[in-house]
Design a protein around this ligand. Structure first.
Ligand code: HEC
Length: 450
């Protein structure tokens, strides 16, 4: 009885699905027509020969063997590396490299259909990648005023990932205002091993520390610039700059990854200054806010029990009116998520950003679009929440049976947000909020379209 009905259902299914299958065939995405344009736009910046990703995705023959892995990484929104939660908070960023829902669906449908090649005639012309060995900002500003070079690092063919933190003096003898910066890996095949390169400006500051940190151990640190593929340079907003002081140094952090051949690389940071005597109105400050509190000097309290999920939070009251330019979560291998919420002086609360599926390989900087960068009056409380998964459910976890505390090593933990902040006095802030309000009609319309 059962067998008959199953057979019946099966043949009924077959018949009823025939026309649908035929229709599907007509719309099945193919590599040449539908996938190649997406890969050119969203993947080739890294997935091309001699670049950082493990394989090239420029041709069908190169991409086909990776189809399953592509479906899994793209479906989980782990590739392209852009891990901000799309359902929470602000969604417009200057450096967004993510795929939209349609593109994800197209890729998944292509893999599900057996990754067909399609008609070779549909294949778009190969995208030409420009030579990245020069400074791209030189077109606009000429040769850089200052170039700081990190020491060389030699990565053996096979080794664990390395996070390397050397430092160099900038050699600056008088305060200078920075208008643009650019950072790049240098050396034969340097891009292959350089996952990320960060340059942090460390200098004595006479600013109120509350404006840039809630950690008594952090003195004048600031993250100057992070290099990310596809984003060559960073030009300050109009009439804004970063201040570089005498006796400053650049503290580097490079994430190097072995690729089967020995490669020697270093990183260079180029700086373009405002003319001497030309002082921009606004100073951009880089802030480090811990996502836990109660840190006594010398000992940062972070207590992550084995086989458990731990949450920590902190509250930072803004002492001046602020415009937050970006969000960057910093945690290590147990780090799972981090959110940043604003509690306004009138009690209104707004979730600004959240990373829900943090991936330690990728220290992504999420730079807000000009029209949506949060404008927060002084007295606003930033509520930072972080969660750590120290169970075996977390695939990056090296050992769920270990207790984990604060520390530099990747097997220890950290928890902080890096934020670029522009502070405003009351009058400037009024002007800034009025300008924003004038754009609100457009912004609301944009949001509705998304
Ligand atoms: C910013 C650079 C970058 C971009 C953009 C990028 N990738 Fe990747 N991708 C990498 C790197 C580096 C790795 C290896 C490290 C890792 O897995 O995080 C990787 C790994 C992968 C893997 C896993 C390979 C394996 O070993 O199984 C897949 C699949 C993948 N990428 C697909 C894509 C696709 C598809 C796109 C575009 C839609 C894309 N990536 C965009 C850098 C990038």
């Amino acid at each position: 009885m059962l067998r008959v009905s199953t057979a019946l259902t099966f043949s009924a299914l077959l018949i009823s699905s025939l026309p649908a299958a035929a229709a599907d065939n007509a719309t099945t995405p193919t590599f040449t027509k539908d996938i190649a344009p997406i890969f050119q736009q969203k993947c080739e910046s890294c997935h091309r020969p001699d670049n950082m990703a493990p394989m090239s995705l420029m041709t069908y023959e190169e991409a086909r063997p990776w189809a399953k892995s592509i479906a899994s990484r793209v479906g989980a929104r782990q590739m392209p590396p852009w891990h901000i939660d799309k359902t929470v908070g602000i969604q417009k960023f200057k450096n967004d490299r993510s795929l939209n829902d349609d593109q994800i669906e197209t890729i998944l449908a292509w893999v599900a259909a057996g990754s067909p090649k399609g008609d070779p005639k549909d294949m778009p012309a190969a995208r030409v990648w420009k030579d990245e060995s020069g400074w791209s900002m030189a077109n606009k500003f000429g040769a850089p005023d200052l170039v700081v070079k990190s020491p060389d690092y030699t990565m053996p063919p096979v080794a664990q990932d390395a996070w390397w933190r050397p430092s160099n003096a900038t050699g600056i003898t008088e305060p200078r205002w920075v208008r643009a910066i650019e950072i790049r890996p240098v050396g034969k095949n340097a891009r292959k091993i350089t996952h990320h390169a960060l340059a942090r400006l460390q200098q004595p500051e006479d600013m109120d520390p509350a404006l840039f940190t809630n950690d008594p151990n952090v003195a004048g640190d600031g993250l100057f610039m992070e290099w990310a593929v596809g984003k060559n340079g960073d030009e300050m907003r109009p009439d804004s700059g970063r201040l570089m002081l005498p006796n400053s140094k650049i503290v580097w952090e490079m994430h190097y990854h072995a690729v089967g051949e020995e490669i020697t690389a270093h990183t260079e940071l180029a700086v373009w200054f405002y003319a001497k005597g030309q002082e921009p109105k606004h100073r951009e400050v880089l802030a480090l806010f811990n996502t836990f509190s109660g840190s006594a000097p010398g000992g940062r309290s972070l207590d992550i029990q084995p086989n458990a999920v731990t949450t920590t939070e902190s509250f930072v009251t803004l002492k001046q009116n602020a415009r937050i330019e970006n969000f960057q979560a910093h945690m290590h291998m147990r780090g799972k998520g981090m959110s940043m919420e604003a509690i306004f002086p009138d009690g209104k609360r707004e979730m600004l950003s959240q990373v829900t599926d943090f991936n330690f390989n990728w220290h992504n900087m999420y730079i807000y679009d000009d029209d949506v960068a949060p404008l927060l009056p002084k007295g606003t409380i930033l509520h930072l929440l972080a969660w750590y998964d120290n169970t075996k459910a977390n695939r990056s976890n090296p050992d769920p049976d270990q207790w984990v505390g604060w520390g530099d090593r990747t097997v220890d933990e950290m928890g902080h947000a890096w934020l670029n902040i522009t502070y405003y006095n009351d009058e400037e802030f009024k002007t800034e909020t009025a300008a924003r309000a004038a754009k609100t009609v457009n912004t609301t319309a944009d949001r509705q379209q998304q």
